[in-house]
Structure formats: structure tokens, C-alpha cells
Design a protein around this ligand. Structure first.
Ligand code: IPE
Ligand code: IPE
Ligand code: MG
Length: 224
């Protein structure tokens, strides 16, 4: 497996079940993400994409939305970038990042970037699959391209230049994609784990990689 996409779900329920506030769950979810970034050099993966905040998550109470975004910003600046730099990991963003609060802009432009051989963490932030498709179509229109090919679609998605995920792993127990990478997951293997994201452990991913290895992937053909 080269590219694993992770839906970091279940922060709120993790906190509520422990009598804590949902925002505390988001804080613990951010800590779990830091652990994942620390583990990345030890994992046999080249790219990890994580779903951090969806376009639909804006429907939540303002207070929760503000807490989530502030926690993400603080963890990126204070922890994630440092670990990524120490390990030659490039950090990229997908999603409608220009609509995020202003304080994110300088954080996003200061993300560590290494050469094309480095491992990559892709953070889906203010990301919605349908929103991404709309923005892709508008980009294509602005370029006055009127014959659309699969390549043109791929090149105008936020994930341009990245391979599609081989697998998606969702935490939190729900079995849905929640507007995450609808085009990019057309041939992804789907895994769901009955643990909340703050309970992340490296062994979860190693187990998924092992299961993935047993699957015969055919991509519509007869062989892999
Ligand atoms: C995922 O955890 C984090 C975000 C959506 C930002 P949730 O906040 O969705 O946690 P649950 O699903 O309510 O437990
Ligand atoms: C998906 O989780 C989004 C993230 C993990 C960032 P949600 O909690 O928003 O998804 P639904 O509402 O259960 O579909
Ligand atoms: Mg959720």
C-alpha cells in the first residue's frame, strides 16, 4: 500500500462518553494526529491523507467549529510541522483553504515541503468532495477547455499530482465516506474500525496494511 486515507472520526463521542466536553475530544484527536505523524516514518506508506474538517462541519455550533479550527491551527504550528521537518515529511492541504479564517493562511504557506521523494501528509481541511468537484469544473471552465478527459478532471482536483488512495480507514464506527474523496476512492479498499479517533494506535494501521495485502485487486479486469 502506498497511500492510505484516514477519516479521523469519533472525537466528540470519545469525550462525551468520558463526561468531557466535545472540544476536549478534538484536542485529544489532535494529539492522536501528532502520534500518527510521529509514527509515519515507521509505517510502510508513502502518503497519508487525513480528513480533519469537512465543509459540512460548519453546520455545527459556532463554538465547536471555532474550537476545532483553533486546535488544528495550534497543533500544526506547534507540533506537526516540527515533527514533519525532522522526518523530511511534506505537508499538503486539500479543501477550500482560502475560505478558512485568516489566521490559517500563513500557517498553510509555511507548511514544510521537501523533494518529490519525501513522504507526504495531506490534510483535508474545509474539504468536501462535491465542493472539490465544483471548484475543479470552475477551474476547467476558466481555462476555456471544452473537451474533458479523465486526465483533465484529475489535474484540476485538489489532489492533482497525487495517486488515489489505495485504502480508506474510518475510525468511529460509521460505515460511510461523508463527502471524503468521492472520485479518488473509486477503487479504494474500505476499512472501518470500531474505535474512536483519539484511541488511534500504530497497530491499527499495520493491521489494515496486512489485511489489504490479502485482497486481490482487479480494477475491473481479471487480474491485479
Ligand atoms: C471528528 O470527530 C472530527 C471532526 C468532524 C472535526 P466528531 O466531532 O465527528 O466526533 P463524533 O463523530 O461526533 O463522535
Ligand atoms: C467526517 O466526520 C469528517 C471528519 C472526520 C473531519 P463527520 O462526523 O463530520 O461525518 P458524519 O456527519 O458522521 O457523516
Ligand atoms: Mg463524527
Amino acid at each position: 500500500m502506498k497511500h492510505l486515507a484516514v477519516i479521523m472520526d469519533g472525537n466528540g463521542r470519545y469525550a462525551e462518553q468520558r463526561g468531557l466536553e466535545r472540544k476536549q475530544g478534538h484536542f485529544m484527536g489532535a494529539e492522536a494526529f501528532v502520534t500518527l505523524v510521529r509514527d509515519f516514518p515507521l509505517l510502510p506508506l508513502e502518503i497519508i491523507t487525513v480528513y480533519a474538517f469537512s465543509t459540512e462541519n460548519y453546520k455545527r455550533p459556532k463554538d465547536e467549529v471555532n474550537s476545532i479550527l483553533k486546535i488544528i491551527a495550534t497543533f500544526l504550528e506547534n507540533k506537526v510541522y516540527k515533527i514533519a521537518r525532522e522526518n523530511n515529511v511534506t505537508v499538503k492541504f486539500i479543501g477550500d483553504i482560502y475560505s478558512l479564517p485568516e489566521y490559517f493562511h500563513k500557517i498553510i504557506v509555511s507548511a514544510p515541503v521537501f523533494d518529490s521523494d519525501s513522504k507526504i501528509i495531506v490534510i483535508a481541511l474545509n474539504y468536501g468532495g462535491l465542493d472539490e468537484v465544483c471548484r475543479a469544473v470552475n477551474k476547467i471552465q476558466a481555462k476555456k477547455i471544452n473537451f474533458i478527459t479523465e486526465e483533465i478532471i484529475k489535474d484540476n482536483l485538489d489532489t492533482c499530482g497525487l495517486p488515489f488512495p489505495d485504502a480508506v480507514l474510518r475510525y468511529g464506527g460509521e460505515k460511510r465516506l461523508s463527502n471524503f474523496l468521492p472520485l479518488q476512492t473509486i477503487y479504494s479498499e474500505l476499512f472501518f474500525i470500531n474505535k474512536f479517533w483519539p484511541e488511534y494506535d500504530k497497530s491499527d494501521i499495520l493491521f489494515i496494511i496486512e489485511q489489504f495485502g490479502k485482497i486481490k485487486r482487479k480494477f475491473g479486469g481479471l487480474n491485479d
